[in-house]
Design a protein around this ligand. Structure first.
Ligand code: 5AD
Ligand code: SF4
Length: 417
């Protein structure tokens, strides 16, 4: 979501006549688009911000702006901490960038923006075959550990016709895959609900694949499962953050589902779409998490067998409810738990990747392999990366590939026919 916000920032600047440079030393404007989901991201930002101060000595016209969730959270306090910052704008106020250069304009924009869903900011996407499209902003869920509802504000859905128009436009520009973005896409609501939106988008010519992130388990409906099954372009992959395998911890997280509810959703998905890949997010060491709670999370991973997970150590975020709960675990204990989760998931991912050796999968070619081995790289419909021994195929083509090897983090394959 943040990377796509950066594309919108670039889009707005481009309409204002700015030209992008790859070298910050040549820049007249440097914008930090920050993330505050966990503390580590915040620390990285402050050290980068300090490092860039000397650039103002080289170029006295240089302006420095701070955008994103740290900007939203800290507001004008950032000026106190770093006097070399000129503008501050939050994720709901990218449009404000248009006015900052104007004489006498207030250099801070962190208001809640009720019009965000109809703003239609221009995005400058990097060239490729896959594009992000925002379908909704904000979040109303207030999971107790999460800063997003505070920084990104209330849920607001874009009108479906605006989304269809944007997807049609990017299809004409050559993109073949679209990933719909929202903190909780299952609560999308305009003239249609989320499955209704998928049905509309499935009809857009030129687009071959539709993906979406993120789904909240409590809002995953039968109608959505049917839409994934029935709509040819909607890929068989869902990112469904579990966060913890312990119902007691889920309650403290304010997730509003029990582990049993979650398992029911997984069964419903797998019953209807047997080949669906399911990925998840896990938080290790939430305040109050006992050895038994942690054991339940490991048990959940073994039982569900996700295709992949992102796991994070709990990080107290200012202003959230969980930040006020006493932390019973040391940093080392949290790290240990995280390591156990990651190591277990690695073995499961590898096992799942090995299980599809010999299978034929449809792959969308994205470009040259990052391994620098001259191969091509692409993704299966289930969002697994495949390294393919071939080099003449054009980016954006759909090909059938036989999976020859399943590895921990990727697959190898060869063209069929
Ligand atoms: N600490 C650790 N992980 C967090 N996440 C969100 N907030 C926190 C936090 N305070 C994780 C959740 C979410 C993912 C995007 O980031 O797992 O699903
Ligand atoms: Fe954060 Fe929960 Fe909203 Fe996701 S659903 S953005 S974890 S508050």
């Amino acid at each position: 979501m943040n990377v796509h916000d950066s594309e919108k920032i670039l889009g707005v600047l481009e309409t204002e006549g700015f030209i992008r440079t790859d070298n910050p030393r040549f820049a007249d404007l440097i914008i930090f688009n920050t993330c505050s989901i966990r503390q580590k991201a915040e620390q990285k930002f402050y050290s980068e911000l300090g490092r860039i101060k000397s650039y103002k000595k080289i170029n006295p016209h240089l302006k420095i702006a701070v955008a994103g969730c740290i900007a939203q959270q800290e507001g004008k306090k950032i000026f106190k901490r770093a006097r070399h910052v000129d503008f501050i704008f939050g994720p709901q106020n990218i449009m404000a960038l248009k006015h900052f250069a104007a004489e006498g304009h207030v250099p801070v924009a962190v208001e809640e923006n009720p019009l965000i869903a109809i703003e239609d900011l221009p995005a400058r996407r990097s060239a490729g075959i896959s594009a992000w499209v925002t379908i909704m902003y904000g979040c109303n869920n207030f999971c107790s550990y999460c800063v997003v509802p505070y920084t990104r504000g209330r849920e607001r859905s874009r009108p479906s016709e605006h989304i269809v128009a944007e997807v049609s436009k990017i299809a004409k520009e050559g993109y073949r895959e679209v990933t719909l973005l929202g903190q909780n896409v299952n609560s999308y609501e305009s003239d249609v609900d989320f499955p209704g939106l998928l049905r509309k988008l499935d009809g857009v010519g030129g687009i071959e694949r539709i993906r979406f992130v993120t789904s909240h388990p409590k809002d995953l409906s039968t109608d959505l499962i049917n839409a994934i099954k029935e709509l040819p372009k909607v890929c068989e992959h869902i990112h469904l953050p579990l966060q913890s395998g312990s119902t007691a911890i889920l309650k403290m997280m304010n997730r509003r589902y029990s582990f049993e509810d979650y398992i029911e959703k997984i069964s419903a998905l797998r019953d209807k779409i047997p080949n669906i890949s399911i990925t998840s997010d896990i938080i290790a060491g939430f305040p109050g998490e006992t050895d038994e709670d942690h054991r339940l999370t490991l048990k959940a991973l073994r039982e569900i067998e996700f295709d992949g997970t992102f796991a994070f150590k709990f990080s107290p975020r200012p202003g959230t409810k969980a930040a006020t709960i006493h932390e019973n675990l040391t940093e080392e204990m949290k790290s240990e738990r995280l390591y156990e989760i990651l190591a277990l998931q690695d073995t499961i991912t590898e096992k799942k990747n090995k299980a599809i050796e010999g299978a034929i999968q449809e792959v969308l070619i994205e470009g040259s392999s990052e391994n620098g081995n001259g191969n091509l790289t692409g993704r299966t419909r289930t969002n697994k990366i495949v390294d393919i021994r071939a080099n003449e195929i054009v980016k954006g083509t759909l090909v059938d590939v036989e999976i020859t090897k399943g590895k921990k983090h990727s697959l190898q394959g060869k063209l069929v026919g």
